[in-house]
Design a protein around this ligand. Sequence first.
Ligand code: NAX
Length: 327
Amino acid sequence: MTQPLRVAVTGAAGNISYSLLFRLAAGDCYGSNQPVILQLLEIPPAMKALEGVVMELQDCAFPLLAGIETSDDPKVAFRGANQIFLVGSRPRSKGMERNELIAVNGPIFVGQGRAIQEHAAKDVFVVTVGNPCNTNAFIAMKNAPEVPRSRFTAMTRLDQNRAVAQLALKTGKPVSAVENLIIYGNHSSTMFPDFANAKVAGQSAVQAAGDAAWLQGPYLKTIQQRGAAIIEARGASSAASAAAAAIDHMRDAWFGTGERCVSMAVPSDGSYGIPDGTMFSLPVRCKGKGQWEIVKGASHDAFAKAKIAETLKELQDEAAVVKDLCN
Ligand code: NAX
């Protein structure tokens, strides 16, 4: 009998989790032979709603779901956790500036980083989804100095998936024909999909799209503004697609990607001129069980370099806002 994996999820009564938890319990992330124990964290006002989610999980009678634990204390929810999805954070309210959001959510990740260091399993691997996810992951990492920093990542896979899908639509090819489309930088409207190094059915994406101006203009804008467009259309932010991307991120980290390159915000090692330790989305190859390496050697033209500099500047400004939380 395979030992169950302990999978902690924060914000477990929220919208993304309402899709994510059921897919985790169904075996979509860790495979059809791997039992999981879900360790669910919420804040006290949401514990009642979480009870309802737990009832629904039970009602699915998932054969791989070996247990469900709930708590409003990260020290309890992260106890022995091997895999952690940091989804919970306060959403941006109307009129709230990005810096205000950062200041409100930052302290959550101080406590969670410490709880990960003290209570999670030795092999813990973390994806941060709650926004601003790069900076929240950075804060958690800084507050868990005894955990290898490579265990902390943030999610830009939804941006990658959006970029792949839009390119497939434009070229009339299946999404499976699009390769090496990597997101650089911050998960925000400054992130940069590096279309110049992408391929569609073996051809350069620029040739396949046949329209460099479209890639630099409307395409880039569509990807960068996609989250806002979904809120405008649906009246709520991306949830099922965000959960699907979180599964993609963690499944790739767990099983490995072989030669395939994926986008993950990871602590930089100085590659591509990104200062060491910056939580920056880069091309990554996963080797399985949470091991990964940054893929070096992609070349960038002046347009790409300017975009990468812009998103780096934004992340450095965010780091300045949370400096006192990272000591
Ligand atoms: P919801 O507001 O539906 O759910 C968030 C949940 O987190 C709530 O149930 C809340 O009670 C809980 N929560 C708040 N503070 C907490 C804490 N300290 N500990 C544990 N739980 C806490 O938001 P949802 O739509 O699920 O989105 C969650 C986060 O994902 C948001 O920050 C959102 O901005 C972010 N997103 C990130 C994306 C990405 O690509 N990285 C895309 C989708 C999404 O926008």
